[in-house]
Ligand binder design. Structure first.
Ligand code: ATP
Ligand code: HSE
Length: 330
């Protein structure tokens, strides 16, 4: 579960009083997620909402790990920009002084719009098509976002796996040290340059997409968003959506639909298409690196379920063997 910090009813009511959202009606901790504490908040609604007879629902997020306060303006400003452009992302609620985040004690919190929908465990092709389309739409919509950041590139995969060390990686799986060493050497020697770039979500897994039927009703969890190659973001999404059974089974029909959905909005250049196989190997390496680090550094009594790096070692091997065929379509 992911509520790491206890907030009393008084803490919550006095926080909510800083926003024009009415009074607190209820607050429930949300079990999903591992990085932040999240609550579903119900209020009586803003003055305007109350006049229309409605209360309101919000997500309150307390930033616990990995997220630096200095990055919050990048993430929260991006949500506001994308929401203004009509993308299905939650708007941040600004307090009465206009701030998009506040502090409770030494931790930052933000109140964001609640979006309807459910996250899908086993996507169907039409759903993957919608996700591809939504990803391309955010790439285009954020074209004029003028902030930049990227702290989860190749250098950080090297750093994270160095911190695990060969012995640590071998504790996870005896084959992992060699897999990581070979992958990083290959990626470092061959990583592309000069591809079109801009704002990327960079973590668009099924649990970060809310859907109503085949429609994307919400893209959430932008806390790895960064400035990178658009095609890398597509490769991350491909790696996250197109496999079943912990990376053992590739689902070509999902790949075809995801790619077609993306290209229906933003066709890839020849150079981007040619780079997809290496970008996907990079994407797999990125999740091996963070998962391995978390695997070795999550205390045994933590309430979160660790994610297995080997799920992405299998994808890495698949992309290395299949090359362009992984994206060719069925
Ligand atoms: N804007 C929103 N509207 C509706 N539900 C939301 C919203 N934001 C978050 N949620 C719910 O809260 C859960 C946890 O949110 P989120 O994925 O942002 O947490 P996290 O701890 O940052 O996750 P992660 O494990 O991916 O790091 C989501 O699975 C979703 O159920
Ligand atoms: N979506 C990531 C966790 C956040 O980086 C994973 O499945 O490993």
């Amino acid at each position: 579960m992911a509520v790491y910090t206890h907030l009393s009813a008084d803490d919550l009511s006095s926080l909510i009083a800083h926003y024009d959202v009415g009074e607190l009606v209820s607050a429930k901790g949300i079990a999903e997620g591992v990085s932040n504490s999240n609550w579903l908040i119900e209020t009586t609604g803003s003055d305007a909402a109350r006049k229309n007879g409605g209360g309101a629902r919000y997500i309150l997020t307390m930033y616990e790990f990995r997220i630096e306060m200095r990055d919050l303006p990048f993430f929260l400003g991006l949500l506001d920009l994308l929401a203004d452009k009509g993308c299905p992302v939650p708007r941040t609620i600004h307090d009465r002084d206009g701030a998009s985040w506040r502090k409770i004690g030494d931790k930052a919190v933000a109140l964001i719009e609640f979006l309807p929908g459910v996250s899908i465990d086993r996507p169907q092709p039409e759903q993957a098509r919608s996700v591809g389309k939504a990803l391309a739409e955010i790439h285009l919509a954020a074209a004029d976002y003028d902030s930049r950041r990227n702290e989860m590139g190749l250098a950080s995969w090297q750093e994270l796996t160095d911190q695990c060390g060969p012995e640590g990686l071998a504790q996870i799986d005896p084959a992992l040290p060699a897999i990581v060493k070979d992958a990083l050497a290959y990626l470092t020697a061959n990583w592309p340059a000069g591809l079109p770039q801009g704002v990327c979500h960079a973590d668009l897994f099924p649990d970060n997409v809310l859907m109503l039927g085949d429609r994307v009703s919400g893209l959430i969890d932008f806390y790895f968003a960064c400035t990178d190659f658009f095609a890398y973001d597509l490769a991350v999404t491909h790696a996250a959506w197109c496999f079943a059974d912990h990376g053992r089974t590739f689902r070509p029909e999902i790949s075809t639909a995801l790619m077609a959905g993306y290209e229906s909005v933003r066709p890839l250049s020849e150079a981007e298409r040619a780079a997809l196989p290496i970008l996907a190997r990079g994407a797999a390496m990125r999740f091996i690196a963070t998962r391995a680090y978390d695997w070795l550094n999550t205390p045994a009594d933590a309430l979160v379920t660790r994610k297995d790096p080997m799920d992405f070692a299998r994808r890495l091997q698949f992309y290395a063997e299949q090359g362009a065929k992984a994206f060719a379509g069925v």
